[in-house]
Design a protein around this ligand. Sequence first.
Ligand code: AHM
Ligand code: MG
Length: 304
Amino acid sequence: MDSRILEIFSCIKQCAITLQELLQCDDSGYLASTNASGDTQLAVDVRADRILEDALLKLACVGGVCSEEKSSALYKQKVDSSLVESTFLQLDSSQSLESSLLIAYDPLDGSSLFDSNLSVGSIFGIYNGAFSASALVAAAYIVYGPRLEVVLACERVEHCVYSGGQWRSKGALQLESKGKLNAPGGTQKHWSKEHKELVESLFAKGYRLRYSGGMVPDLHQILCKKGGLFSYPATSDAPNGKLRKLFEVFPFAFIYERAGGEAINGRERLLSLSCDGLHDSTPCFLGSTEEIAQVRAIYMNKER
Ligand code: AHM
Ligand code: MG
């Protein structure tokens, strides 16, 4: 594996320990501020964002970062790989470096679950030179649950658990062609007729509802149980879905494809989609191949 990606994975594992400690605090309060998507920020969202920004930008191989909590990307100047923070430039989001890895991350996904002590996560997409799906070369996520876990995807999808002060590999995660779990996101009264048909057809086939409201634990559960479907569709109140391409959807699409599954927007492969803005969102369906075939059958039939 590319040594730069190994270095980033190692940094993510180190940050996971720090962030897990941060989450032990009892501060589930909201701030007065909102992020670029208009979500009210928690104090822990902002603190997690800074911890990751500081750690990732210290790596010489990282040329820039952007996050769900930032309105624009932060790029290093091209001239020097040992930059200190004061020499970072904040540039327009359309600018990118040619030869450095860029990281898009969601520092604390599902943070609205934090006050009720449900699992939350962090998500990372590692992009080569530009924030676009075709430049995605690796992805990772952290799950803060009863255990601290990370999943790292490059050629394969490695599942690691923090135990006894050490990271241990639990081997590769691989999906079977069909599962039993159904995790349908979005407000039901805003679902389309096709989406209701899809969800009902899965339940009629015996699928079980497994939806926590946190995409990291929901998608992690499907991976660990080897199959199923996670969906966050277009809805009447959010025609482009809710989940953001760079920080959430593309990294998980990469992970699911590497694990033998598929990831589409209803018709097209998610990793073939363009991305015009840092905070663009898309409808998304991620799962094992049989469930994705059912999504295609229903959604593509709609267009005939
Ligand atoms: P966030 O990044 O603001 O936390 O929002 C993303 C989360 C996902 O983890 C989850 O799948 C989705 O929002 C849940 O949304 P909903 O409550 O509409 O089902
Ligand atoms: Mg998120």
